[in-house]
Design a protein around this ligand. Sequence first.
Ligand SMILES: NC(=O)c1ccc[n+]([C@@H]2O[C@H](COP(=O)([O-])OP(=O)(O)OC[C@H]3O[C@@H](n4cnc5c(N)ncnc54)[C@H](OP(=O)(O)O)[C@@H]3O)[C@@H](O)[C@H]2O)c1
Length: 293
Amino acid sequence: MTQTDATAAAASVQGPVLVTGGTGKTGRRVVARLRELGVETRAASRSGETPFDWADPTTWQAALDGVTAVYITPLDASPSPTPAFVEQAVASGVRRLVLLSARGVDVPGYFGPAYEDGGPHGEGERAVRASGVTWTILRPGWFSQNFSEGVFLDGVRDGELALPTGDGRAAFIDADDIADVAVAALTEDGHAGEEYGLSGPRALGIADVLDEIAKETGRRAAYVPVDASAFRAGLVADQGFTDQEAGLWTDALEPITTSREAPVLDGVRRALGREPRDFADFVRDAAARGVWG
Ligand SMILES: NC(=O)c1ccc[n+]([C@@H]2O[C@H](COP(=O)([O-])OP(=O)(O)OC[C@H]3O[C@@H](n4cnc5c(N)ncnc54)[C@H](OP(=O)(O)O)[C@@H]3O)[C@@H](O)[C@H]2O)c1
């Protein structure tokens, strides 16, 4: 679709679009793109322009009033608040839902033993499918932006990234691609009932990632592979995680360790008719913004 076609399709969107997680890695990008297309957009979160707290359902209706489409960045909590929100959204007049889920949600145990049935993402997907309105589900793997604005950033900046991921590899997906797919699903026809598995075009180990960043910045962080149980204990001792949080977090990294995140998925091509951005493109842009100093 050309930019002119995209703008014309977006112009036909009736009513404002609500973006939950509107300040987050994908939501912020979805908000920016929708506004560029001239779509009235509410950026909602606890600190966003539109107040919205997953933990406080009394904040939901004001955000939903008049809205016809929602991009759902869910809260990773058990039980998930997404089913109750979806019910309220549909009752409020929402006709289109685009859900940010995760790769592996359909693979039993992918996120570890605590989440046999896909965990909160599984709950969210089931609610969206049963909603009776138009829906699209996005299933990205680990984001490239974890290294530039997420959980791995401090390690990269500090020169040492310690993870229990061994020689495992992942086809990291650029949040800009996720946002492009989300905006297409929110504003165009042709994405109803689609489940888009989203990855980048090639798999990299953590050491490869740090090499790519070093090539661009001249600053090399070391990858320190650590044992999973030591990593988990360190999260509790050094970072104030509860034992349960540390367990979930360690489990979440296992699909990288086992390279289950490595196979390249075709969702970006199916949704957008183009290939996903390469990790090197992500590194070049993030380095130009000075995120690694
Ligand atoms: N990061 C990855 O590699 C990855 C991969 C696959 C799937 N996912 C999934 O993507 C989702 C978002 O992850 P992310 O890494 O993109 O997170 P993120 O960048 O931290 O964004 C989270 C967003 O949710 C908002 N938020 C947090 N708690 C909230 C609450 N109680 N009520 C309302 N809004 C709240 C935050 O804004 P405020 O702080 O202003 O509220 C922020 O806008 C998660 O469900 C995660 O499982 C992530």
